[in-house]
Design a protein. Structure first.
Length: 145
């Protein structure tokens, strides 16, 4: 009996200590575009924010999607909703240094390495990340969850 209690306790501790857990709810994400329509993403530390769907089949998560070009030449995407505020209309906004900042709580997240970890402020969780598929032959980017 004590082995079962010990096992349940270990599982509970591991479940609550997940650093990737986020208060941002699961929402559908499907964003597809060509780099020609987002020339700001050609350069390293370039970014583009998407907050209003352009098509009926386009889904932008909980608070919108920011697509970022990392220093090691990858594309990454994050939900723009601040994980501290956890409201769809309280968003982070990116700058050309790779920092995304929430104007409401002041939390800042570093996107330059593709992780969006907290570097300043009240937030305890990184920005919610989404999968990015880049087709270099067609210059297409697909963001999904």
């Amino acid at each position: 009996m004590s082995k079962k209690i010990f096992l349940i306790l270990i599982i509970a501790i591991l479940a609550c200590c997940n650093p990737n857990r986020t208060p941002i709810p699961e929402m559908p994400v499907r964003l597809e575009f060509n780099l020609a329509s987002a020339p700001e993403l050609y350069s390293y530390l370039g970014f583009k924010e998407f907050v209003v769907p352009q098509y009926v089949s386009q889904y932008l998560g909980y608070g919108g999607v920011v697509v970022f070009h990392t220093m090691d030449d990858r594309f990454c995407a994050f939900d723009m909703s601040c994980p501290y505020e956890a409201k769809p209309d309280v968003r982070v906004h990116c700058d050309n240094s790779g920092i995304a900042r929430c104007d409401s709580c002041g939390s800042a997240f570093y996107l330059g390495d593709g992780n969006a970890f907290v570097v300043e402020g009240k937030a305890k969780y990184p920005l919610k990340s989404y999968a990015v598929y880049y087709n270099s032959a067609l210059y297409n980017i697909l963001v999904t969850n």
